[in-house]
Design a protein around this ligand. Sequence first.
Ligand code: FPP
Ligand code: MG
Ligand code: MG
Length: 337
Amino acid sequence: KTTFMGIDMGSDEFSSGIGESLAKVEELLLAELSSGEDFLTEAATHLAKAGGKRFRPVFALLSSQFGPNPHASEVITASTVVELIHLATLYHDDVMDEAELRRGAVSANARWSNSVAILAGDFLFARASRLVSTLGPESVLIIADTFAELVTGQMRETIGNPSGTDPVDHYLRVVWEKTASLIAAAGRFGGMTSGATDDDIERLSRLGDAIGTAFQVSDDIIDISSQPGDSGKNPGTDLREGVHTLPVLYALTEQGPDADRLRELLLSASGERLPLTDDAEVAEALGLLNASAGMVRARETLAGYAERAYSELAQLPDNEAKKALTSLVSYTVERIG
Ligand code: FPP
Ligand code: MG
Ligand code: MG
């Protein structure tokens, strides 16, 4: 049996079908990234070769199982396009975040320079555009709109939430724009290219939205609740970067001495977010957060997105992809422990 992120991908016959499609996506991805001048190829293939879960193509391929033609070549093209767009944004994101590492490998900006990383990202976008043009104007429109959402989310995050507006609302909007929108587009593309009904295409898009948001929220919870060494990640990474995720935003609205102490640790006198540098302070903040009602609310929010995903799945026809997707949703809830 094939598993993806530890999730059962159905019977051998089905999962090897997905596996074969995924291998074709991988082949097309590397072919597109290696199709420029030699000096471009190394930088352009760098992040794809560094690994990654290929979550968006997997979701597009699973979504394609709801249409009559899951083996259409357009399904492979569409699945590759979403991964190319995702990878392009990561090159640019690492420049903006001045990240040294990506997927356990040195980032393109750290290895070469910001200019090389930005241009490599642009090259990926050019290759994605070229591929999506073969799918027709409707697909080009979807990718153009999704691209604008990604940029809007990144810009909204950069600017921060204006004073007097709800930080939770701001946070969830950024998550939708920056992450869920592309996963929703992956579901839409999988449905469209395999000839699914219009209703099912809309369901797959909403399913991608719910799964994408649930994944982000569960990541945020794990960054607070995990034990060091638990998942190969160190808890408190977001706090060290001064990033306030959903549980933190909820906890900061609470009353009482614990919430007061949390505000003292995480906010400056003028209310600016402070990155935590001291290990003892990180440990203290994590302790307060884990005991907070904010953490309970974040778990409830996650459960709400999982519920949305399940209700979209309930409307889709029964098949092996539906089983795999159902397991994927329960995994986002169960992995937080
Ligand atoms: C990672 O977030 C970033 C994204 C999911 C989207 C970034 C979007 C852009 C850079 C828009 C512009 C794109 C192009 C190609 C013009 P993160 O920094 O929170 O997470 P990380 O831990 O993966 O770095
Ligand atoms: Mg980043
Ligand atoms: Mg970023």
